[in-house]
Design a binder for this molecule. Structure first.
Ligand code: SAH
Ligand code: SF4
Length: 439
């Protein structure tokens, strides 16, 4: 979501004539689009912006902005902590950035952190996307789930869906521009369309009427599946409580929807899941995976896991290890618990020593690497469909791309182009990457 916000911001600015600077020294404006999910991400921003004080002293005209979740969370406190920052712009205000930068010509400091929802009807056109073959498309903003550890509902506000017509038009324009794959983004895509109106728009303008969203996520997928020229549809993130049989059936029946589900489990311990306010048990989760795999043949499943949540003991952790073995995820993102002020979990004692969190993190990373490697090894000799997404930055003679199951594949270039879908025969692998040849 943040990466997509960054491309929206740079797209808006380049559309207005700004240019992206290759170097820090060459820039007149330096913008940080920030994440508040974990303290570590924030610490890096505090540190990096702090370092810019020297540049600002030497080049007074330079403007520095902090955007996104940290801006929303810390608001004017950022100016107190970092007086050389000129602009603080929250998650709901990013479309105003060109205007806000303009007002910096006459004002010393600009703060824009309205609690209103972002304009979900805004037409988004990104003139220069980094990747030509695939694109992010936001289908909803915010989150209503309030998992006890998570800052997102505070930093991004309540859930609001973007209207169907806006999403479809955006994807059509992307396809006209050569895009073959879209990644539909939302904190909880399965509750797309659950709220029926956009509270931002005034009733008298007919806005609420106009913005009614009457369809759910599966219906949205059906509509997107019909878009000519689009080859692949992905989406994230799904919450296990809302991932339904209807969704799995749609994944099976809609030919463009990739056979991959990112389904964060967070923990394998019922006690911890309850404290996390995740509203499912490990058995509920395992049953979902079972149905998914029965319905969608060869579906890849990836997940997010938090280690060291308050009071997590050896038994809880072992329940997570067991669950990982049982499911055999294609990939897992493992995070060390980080207390976020204002969340419910912040009231609990962060009682797992960092050393233990680190150990648990390493154990799960190693376990996942072993599982991924075994799964990858089983693919050697097979032929898989891969979307050519980019030139391999580490070896310019190679292309990189993903299979429908979201496996990364590297292969030697030939006369094919970015955006082509090719058959690749897998010849070797490492833990997370497959190597192959175009057939
Ligand atoms: N809406 C998505 C993603 C939210 S943030 C979802 O529900 O899955 C991405 C991941 O960051 C989460 O899945 C979780 O594993 C992790 N995360 C969120 N808050 C965290 C915290 N306070 N400490 C550590 N990891 C956290
Ligand atoms: Fe955070 Fe939970 Fe919402 Fe995901 S579903 S953004 S983890 S509150």
């Amino acid at each position: 979501m943040n990466a997509h916000d960054s491309e929206i911001i740079s797209g808006m600015l380049t559309g207005k004539g700004y240019r992206i600077s290759d170097t820090l020294e060459g820039a007149d404006i330096i913008l940080f689009n920030t994440c508040s999910v974990r303290a570590h991400a924030e610490a890096r921003v505090w540190g990096k912006v702090g370092e810019l004080k020297k540049i600002k002293n030497e080049k007074l005209k330079i403007k520095i902005g902090i955007l996104g979740c940290m801006a929303q969370t810390y608001k004017e406190k950022i100016f107190e902590r970092l007086p050389h920052v000129d602009l603080v712009c929250g998650t709901a205000n990013i479309y105003e950035i060109p205007k806000l930068l303009g007002s910096l010509k006459t004002r010393e400091k600009v703060l824009a952190v309205d609690n209103n929802q972002r304009d979900t009807e805004k037409k988004i056109d990104i003139s220069e996307r980094e990747n030509k073959a695939k694109a992010f498309v936001s289908i909803m903003e915010g989150c209503n789930n309030y998992c006890s550890y998570c800052i997102v509902p505070f930093a991004r506000g309540p859930e609001v869906s973007r209207p169907v017509s806006i999403i479809i038009d955006e994807i059509k324009r992307l396809v006209d521009d050569g895009v073959k794959e879209v990644m539909l983004l939302g904190q909880n895509v399965n509750s797309y369309g659950v709220e029926i109106k956009n509270p931002r728009l005034p009733r008298q303008s007919g806005g609420q009427e106009k913005s009614k969203i009457k369809i759910g996520f599966v219906k949205l997928l059906e509509k997107i599946n019909k878009i000519k020229g689009l080859e692949r549809i992905r989406f994230m993130t799904s919450h296990p409580k809302d991932a339904s049989l209807e969704l799995f059936t749609a994944m099976r029946d809609l030919e463009k929807v990739c056979e991959h589900l990112h389904l964060p489990v967070q923990s394998g311990s019922n006690r911890i899941l309850k404290l996390m306010n995740r509203i499912y048990t490990r058995d509920d989760y395992l049953r979902k995976i079972d149905s998914l795999r029965k319905i969608v043949k060869d579906c890849a499943v990836t997940t997010d896991i938090i280690v060291g949540f308050p009071s997590e003991n050896e038994k809880d952790f072992n329940d997570t290890v067991k669950l990982m073995r049982e499911v055999g995820f294609e990939n897992a993102f493992i995070f060390k618990y980080s207390t976020r002020k204002g969340t419910k979990a912040a009231l609990l004692k962060d009682d797992t020593e960092d050393k233990i969190k680190q150990q648990r993190n390493q154990i799960l990373l190693k376990l996942q690497e072993d599982i991924s490697r075994k799964k990858n090894e089983a693919l050697i000799g097979k032929t898989l469909e891969v979307l050519i997404e980019d030139v391999n930055k580490k070896n310019k003679a190679e292309f990189i791309g993903h299979t429908g199951q979201a496996r990364l594949v590297v292969f030697e270039k030939d006369d094919k182009s970015l955006g082509d879908i090719v058959n690749i025969k897998i010849t070797s692998c490492t833990g997370h990457t497959l190597k192959g040849e175009i057939e």
